[in-house]
Ligand binder design. Structure first.
Ligand code: GLA
Length: 373
């Protein structure tokens, strides 16, 4: 096979993430609290002397080949994320030769666990290292976000790329997306475990509805600027200001904004709860976030709601959808001793309702992108 001769081969990995709380806040200059999970995308690379780029995805069992100075253009597939990075290199006049790469990942795709951000980060980090591009850390993260915004065409915020790069083991990353400053919060939980349950529903609506939510937020900011001086984003809104100007907003705008304003507060409360190891409070905040995403931001799905309502019925600490929504996965917080029994119940109930099995797995935290070989 192509890499039998391993001379000159390097290997990198970047993690997926679970967002603990702070959903749909990052493109509103708000607060988020994700952590990286022990699921990764691997990028195994060797330079070539010519201009050919050869990409081989093991997950898709597919090869793409092109010249470094002649990209294929968007094809709505995995290689778009890599092309996006190369496109951003070109814009910045970062020049590289051809290369061969194998891409493999164990992050479920389309589950809201940021396999795409991990692919961007691992590609960019790997190429930067191999070709000595010296891209500063934050620039690298922004470059990846731009690749997704512009080449791939999804107007995501910066959270996923940021955490895939900067994450630390045993920590959640408390990020202020306005300042682009973060600090770490301990989540090395002794008695409490975290389960991710992937509903298996691919987020088909995700990018169109996502971009729509973004627009709704931007339009609301524009409107409120007529009344509030210096309002630059929804981050500047407090519950009091929202109350004061609510009559200026449509019903829909009120719902969207209320979610964003309260979600930012929940992130701060979650940080406080974790620092006090108040897991009951942490759990309550997860539930509150979920129902806000369901009722106010309207990005949940029947399967996600079913799992979270089941979590409530079963009396575990907390649960909510994680990621953009419209399918994907939930995160469940519960005592470790309850995990085996809880998994059984979830399997049975989910099957009774939807006639198929969800994908349940325990997650551990992980550090950000790194070189393995
Ligand atoms: C996706 C985006 C993130 C963020 C979340 C919602 O994961 O990539 O930037 O907006 O949705 O919180």
């Amino acid at each position: 096979s192509r890499f039998e001769d391993t001379r000159g081969v390097s290997c990198f990995k970047a993690p997926g993430r679970v967002n603990l709380i702070g959903e749909h806040t990052d493109y509103n200059d708000g607060l988020v609290l994700p952590f990286a999970i022990n699921r990764h995308i691997y990028f195994i690379i060797r330079k070539r002397k010519d201009k050919t780029v050869l990409l081989h995805s093991l997950n898709f069992n597919e090869v793409r080949e092109f010249k470094i100075n002649k990209l294929l253009g968007r094809e709505n597939k995995w290689s778009d994320y890599i092309q996006g990075i190369l496109w951003e290199f070109k814009k910045r006049k970062l020049s590289i030769s051809g290369f061969e790469a194998i891409i493999y990942g164990d992050i479920p795709i389309g589950a809201g666990l940021s396999s795409s951000a991990a692919l961007e980060i691992v590609t960019c980090y790997g190429l930067s290292a191999v070709f000595n591009l010296h891209i500063p850390e934050l620039e690298l993260v922004k470059l990846c976000q731009q690749a997704e915004n512009e080449f791939v065409g999804s107007k995501c915020g910066i959270m996923d790329q940021y955490v895939s790069f900067f994450a630390k083991k045993d920590k959640a990353l408390f990020l202020d997306t306005r300042l682009l400053k973060h600090r770490f919060v301990d989540i090395a939980l002794r008695e409490v475990g975290m389960l991710v349950i992937d509903t298996g529903v691919k987020r088909s609506l995700a990018s169109s509805e996502y971009n729509k939510r973004r627009r709704e937020c931007e339009e609301t900011v524009k409107l409120l600027r007529n009344y509030i001086d210096n309002l630059s984003s929804l981050r500047d809104l407090t519950p009091e200001l929202l109350e004061k100007y609510r009559s200026k907003l449509t019903q829909l705008q009120r719902k969207r904004v209320k979610h964003v304003v309260e979600e930012n507060i929940r992130v701060e409360n979650m940080v406080a709860a974790l620092e006090k190891q108040d897991m009951k409070m942490a759990g309550r905040l997860l539930f509150a976030s979920h129902f806000s995403l369901k009722n106010l931001y309207e990005v949940s799905s029947p399967e996600l709601d079913f799992l979270v309502e089941l979590a409530q019925k079963e009396g575990i600490l907390g649960a909510r959808m994680t990621g953009a929504g419209f399918g994907g996965a939930t995160i469940h917080l519960l005592f470790k001793r309850d995990i085996p029994e809880y998994c059984k119940v979830v399997k049975k109930e989910f099957f009774n309702r939807f006639a198929r099995n969800p994908n349940i797995f325990k997650v551990r935290t992980s550090q950000g992108v790194c070189q393995i070989i």
